[in-house]
Write a protein that binds this ligand. Structure first.
Ligand SMILES: Cc1cc2nc3c(=O)[nH]c(=O)nc-3n(C[C@H](O)[C@H](O)[C@H](O)COP(=O)(O)OP(=O)(O)OC[C@H]3O[C@@H](n4cnc5c(N)ncnc54)[C@H](O)[C@@H]3O)c2cc1C
Length: 403
């Protein structure tokens, strides 16, 4: 029988733990090195403490559409392990999951601790070692092995699995080994906007809005929310993720055009005219014509100095045009960004061209595997970032188990 190989997993997060949890304990000695005093800390705080563990999208091709970076590479990965497999994995370990209305999947317990416990128990049952407060500072390739240097002493590995998340310091370590790093920029952020139309209306939401960035010829739609600082909600987050690189180049200063009711301005004009014909005596302030809140409607009238008492029949053409423009083609200046619920995700990381997506091995280093947020892969919000971790980690473990 061949000698048991020593695997060192650097980083005790979602990707590192899921790899370990699926490795064959008969074949490998596995050690997880984690720099913090606790493991899985991002899983713990994820999804507001509930852990949005994956998303109910079971078609690999459709699933890749949620990844601004990595969509091409992940297709083959998801054909091997997709959200249905994630559900089976956790549910067969006594973590029942539930699919919410928007297709996000959470543990039924609504506590990320259930996810953490399943991962930790699996690793513990295999008698794998987890070393906390061990921060890797350098990796040196020796003949057949890797020397892993830490402030707490050196480790020797036959196989390294690199799952350090988005830590810039740890990207430097893998860069020093010869991997190319795509520059990191923030993804998934909200827009800072100072505009009278949004002033004093935090909490106001729109069921389906459209946001365009004319200079980039790009557009996204979805729910939209006014915040204290500007605009948030899925429509904003999606566009921030897809355009993460271009918006960083623009230093987060750009113009957007918002259609709050997701209707062509010509259709909205027709609705307004029809309402006017049928209700000529109704005051404009009291008229419920479009699907927006009363406060937002009043605000449109206020900033355009239209008297809410005015009868609709007496609205001038200019006033009608102003209302429609504010509803369907509102130009707003973005002057910065804010983090979405502390859910900072970064685009950038290890260049995907240097990774073999059949098994997540490095194309540059032998016996070296990379997965999770350390790669130049990221997704929009909804459980997709974890799904990439689970799927990539699964590939690594199955490949190694079959060696
Ligand atoms: C607040 C918040 C909420 C989120 N919620 C969700 C959600 O609900 N659903 C979802 O899909 N995604 C969510 N995300 C994104 C998700 O958490 C990440 O995509 C995921 O955790 C990445 O896992 P990872 O294992 O690659 O990296 P990490 O979870 O970051 O783990 C990497 C680990 O490596 C350790 N490490 C780094 N360098 C070294 C070193 N040199 N030596 C030793 N150890 C090292 C780190 O301390 C860390 O523990 C959220 C992110 C945040 C910040």
């Amino acid at each position: 029988m061949s000698k048991k190989k020593r695997i060192i997993i650097i980083g005790g997060g979602a990707a590192g733990f899921f790899t370990a949890a699926n490795l064959d304990e008969e074949k490998f000695y596995v050690t997880i090195l984690e720099q913090n005093s606790d493991v899985l800390q991002k899983v713990k705080i994820s999804g507001g403490g509930r852990c949005n563990v994956t998303h109910a999208c079971f078609d690999p091709r459709e699933l890749t559409q949620f990844y601004p970076r990595g969509n091409r590479e992940l297709l083959s990965v998801f054909t091997k392990f997709q959200p249905g497999d994630t559900m089976d994995w956790f549910e067969s370990r006594n973590v029942p999951l539930k699919i919410e209305k928007d297709n996000r999947i959470f543990p039924e317990s609504d506590s990320s601790q259930s996810i953490m416990n399943a991962l930790i128990n699996e690793v513990r049952n295999k008698n794998f070692e987890v070393k906390n407060q061990v921060s890797v500072t350098e990796i040196i390739k020796e003949n057949e092995t890797y020397l892993i240097k830490t402030k707490q002493g050196d480790f020797i590995a036959d196989i390294v699995i690199y799952t350090t998340g988005s830590s810039p310091k740890s990207l430097k370590i893998i860069e020093n080994l010869g991997h190319k790093i795509v520059e990191q920029v923030p993804s998934l952020f909200t827009f800072n906007i100072k505009n009278n139309l949004l002033k004093d209306l935090p909490g106001t939401s729109f069921e389906n809005a459209e946001i365009r960035i004319p200079s980039l010829k790009t557009e996204e739609s979805g729910p939209l929310l006014i915040t204290h600082w500007g605009l948030s909600g899925p429509a904003v987050l999606k566009i921030s993720a897809w355009e993460a690189r271009t918006l960083a180049k623009l230093k987060y200063q750009f113009e957007i055009e918002v259609n709050f009711i997701s209707k062509p301005i010509s259709d909205a004009e027709e609705e307004l005219k029809e309402f006017k014909n049928q209700n000529p005596k109704r005051s404009i302030g009291q008229s419920k014509i479009f699907d927006v809140t009363n406060r937002f409607w009043s605000k449109i009238l206020e900033i355009n100095q239209i008297n809410p008492e005015k009868q609709i029949a007496n609205l001038s053409g200019k006033e009608m045009a102003l209302i429609l423009e504010n509803l369907c083609q509102k130009k707003l200046l973005v002057t910065g960004k804010s983090t979405f619920k502390d859910e900072f995700v970064t685009a950038g990381g290890v260049d995907l061209k240097e990774v073999n997506f059949k098994n997540m091995s490095s194309k540059i280093l032998p016996d070296f595997y990379i997965s999770g947020e350390v790669l130049d892969i990221d997704a929009v919000t909804g459980g997709f970032n974890f799904q990439a971790c689970w799927s990539e980690a699964w590939l690594i473990s199955q490949h190694l188990n079959a060696l």
